[in-house]
Design a protein around this ligand. Structure first.
Ligand code: ZN
Length: 308
């Protein structure tokens, strides 16, 4: 009798606790918001991941796919990353023109995910339809276009967090606009100073800020330039009075040293992917300010001469 009453009391207590938990979980607005599932977002390259991180602040963190100093042009998918892609709800990428090696694994692994290629829309928005340069993030205005597209996808996929995405997007667009004004001001004094870059990545950056890029050492990251191309570049450096030759951290700069040797041109290193920067919501701005500083320093003669 006593035992059965005790049992009953315990049962009632458990039932009441269960009811309280149910009410707290579903009825209180704060709790139901915290319980809304966050989409699993995978982003291919660091600069785009930085923008997506800023958009998702306060909701979640996107996963960065291409890490370390790997190039998106030649990236090979690792098993751990493949497993991560299988879980994704959304994959943000530039497109097959950049992450070429990812097209086939993405179509088989991320069958249930939305694969969102952002590069083409950004190019079309600025009339760059016949330009093969996939490095659209190096133009802050094209980046702003991609932020707009990512915001739309996030809001449609996860309407429960729409208010946060929209507030983050507004702040991010303001910051991108400020960045653009800052870069325009910073680079105005060096517009027209001729230079050569390592690979064909700065078409939109050069156009946006009226910079005088005269060519690239490597036409694509996959192929090493031939002896003839090197000779042509050496002649161009002398003839056009090239002020700077820019190396990139993923590649040996022996070639750049060979080109600037005895030419009077300076050498500096540009990193279009932010390899040494910490991933996250600040990365894009650090990357772009850093690039502008490097361009400005080298083109205005502020950086150290070669062999020093
Ligand atoms: Zn590239």
């Amino acid at each position: 009798m006593v035992l059965s009453m005790l049992h009953k009391t315990k049962e009632m207590l458990l039932w009441t606790l269960g009811l309280v938990a149910f009410v707290v979980f579903f009825a209180l607005p704060g709790f139901s918001r915290a319980a809304a599932p966050v989409p699993d977002v995978v982003v291919t390259i660091k600069p785009l991941h930085g923008l997506a991180s800023a958009l998702m602040q306060g909701v979640g963190s996107p996963y960065l796919l291409i890490r370390g100093n790997m190039s998106p042009h030649t990236y090979a998918l690792k098993p751990s990353a493949a497993a991560r892609i299988e879980r994704a709800d959304i994959v943000f990428m530039i497109g097959p023109e950049l992450e070429t090696s990812l097209v086939s694994p993405l179509s088989s692994l991320a069958a249930s995910a939305q694969i969102v290629a952002l590069g083409q829309g950004a190019r079309e928005a600025f009339g760059e339809t016949d330009n093969p340069d996939p490095h659209v993030w190096l133009d802050p205005l094209m980046a702003a276009h991609m932020v707009d597209a990512m915001e739309g996808v996030l809001v449609r996929t996860d309407p429960a967090h729409a208010t946060t995405y929209k507030a983050n997007a507004d702040r991010l667009q303001d910051r991108l606009n400020d960045l653009h004004q800052r870069l325009a001001q910073r680079l105005a004094p060096v517009s027209g100073v001729p230079f050569i870059t390592f690979h064909e990545a700065y078409t939109y950056f050069e156009k946006r800020y009226h910079l005088a890029g005269k060519g690239s050492i490597s036409l694509s990251e996959q192929q090493r330039p031939g002896a003839r191309h090197i000779r042509e570049l050496q002649q161009m450096i002398t003839a056009r009075d090239i002020a700077c030759v820019f190396a990139e951290p993923q590649f040996s700069d022996a070639l750049v040293d060979l080109l600037v040797e005895g030419s009077g041109a300076r050498k500096a290193v540009l990193d279009p992917l932010g390899i040494d920067l910490a991933p996250g919501p600040e990365l894009y701005f650090e990357l772009m300010d850093g690039l502008a500083d490097t361009f400005h320093a080298c083109l205005s003669g502020g950086s150290a001469p070669p062999d020093s």
